[in-house]
Design a protein. Structure first.
Length: 329
């Protein structure tokens, strides 16, 4: 870890864990997701809550994303996969970015019981996340960023069609589910293709190991910005109230040191760190693993290769704007 003024850059695994579980966090501080949500009048989000309110929202969300909830949602995304991947059988190409966006949008709509166009929901969620992320970027303020973020948040809220206490939770679910899926799924498939890992994807026993390893190295949310609400220690180093914590999830999970390895994978407790820890663990981890597992299973028979790729420069999370694949089998 490294202190730069009042900013603490955290790479160490234990310090990362301490930052999520042992240091009191200010959920509404400027520069954090919760702070931005409150400034945009989107209160009630999971990361913008305290105490029993926070625990109650997490319990409700966990119920919907538990084993039974994921089983209920699975036909939604497998239907999208079957339709979107069909051109591969005829020698065509498939762009995985709109595929991932439709999967995420359709799954989120089903989870929230909404009758909306999946791609429209995904587009609104991605725009809201990007506008919010741009507003949080350190440096000189740029005119229009705050207004753009408010407009994007309003567009998403209007599309969700919910009001009152449900607005914040629905918006948080849409933003988190869509953006992490669109960021992670194409990157994971690209790594599988480049690393020639399809034999592990074809085997149900090794596929789950491959899924964990791919999510570890892609780390859909690679950096977690937080602000300390009180004094604490990160791996023995003191932290003061008001210090900004930049928790690098991908480094805590050794994504920068080791490639995915299905023969000697990282311990489960390490791979899990990309989904947070303790009360700050992502409740959507089971859903993310299931969607990636089904995607890899559907692709394994085709042994696809990447034929075109273009990086996304505007999104909230690192990913591809285009990632086209073609079957070789």
């Amino acid at each position: 870890m490294l202190r730069l003024g009042r900013t603490v850059l955290v790479h160490d695994r234990q310090a990362y864990l301490d930052g999520l579980t042992r240091v009191p966090l200010d959920r509404t501080a400027a520069g954090t997701t919760g702070g931005t949500a409150r400034r945009l009048d989107a209160g009630g989000l999971l990361f913008d809550q305290e105490g029993t309110e926070h625990r109650g929202a997490r319990r409700a969300l966990t119920d919907g994303l538990g084993a039974a909830g994921v089983a209920r949602l699975r036909p939604v995304w497998t239907g999208v996969l079957a339709r979107r991947l069909a051109p591969l059988a005829d020698g065509g190409t498939v762009d995985l970015v709109p595929l991932a966006a439709e999967m995420a949008g359709a799954t989120t709509a089903a989870l929230l019981d909404l009758d909306v166009d999946p791609l429209a929901l995904a587009d609104a969620a991605r725009a809201a996340a990007a506008a919010t992320a741009h507003e949080q970027i350190p440096g000189l303020p740029r005119p229009g960023r705050a207004r753009a973020a408010r407009i994007a948040a309003t567009r998403l809220t209007d599309l969700l069609g919910v009001s009152g206490d449900g607005t914040g939770l629905a918006g948080m679910l849409a933003v988190a589910a869509v953006n992490t899926t669109v960021a992670a799924l194409p990157r994971a498939v690209a790594w599988c293709a480049d690393g020639r890992l399809w034999e592990y994807a074809a085997d149900p026993d090794s596929r789950e190991v491959l899924v964990a390893e791919l999510l570890r190295v892609t780390a859909p949310s690679p950096i977690l910005p937080r602000v300390a609400a009180g004094p604490g220690r990160l791996a023995g180093c003191p932290v003061r109230a008001g210090d900004r914590l930049v928790l690098v999830a991908r480094h805590a999970a050794d994504a920068h040191r080791s490639d995915p390895n299905c023969v000697s994978p990282a311990p489960a407790r390490v791979a899990q760190l990309v989904f947070g820890a303790g009360s700050h663990a992502c409740p959507g981890a089971r859903l993310a693993r299931a969607q990636l597992s089904d995607t890899l299973a559907a692709l394994a028979a085709y042994l696809p290769v990447v034929v075109r790729a273009r990086a996304e420069r505007r999104a909230a999370l690192p990913g591809w704007a285009t990632l086209s694949i073609r079957a070789t089998a």
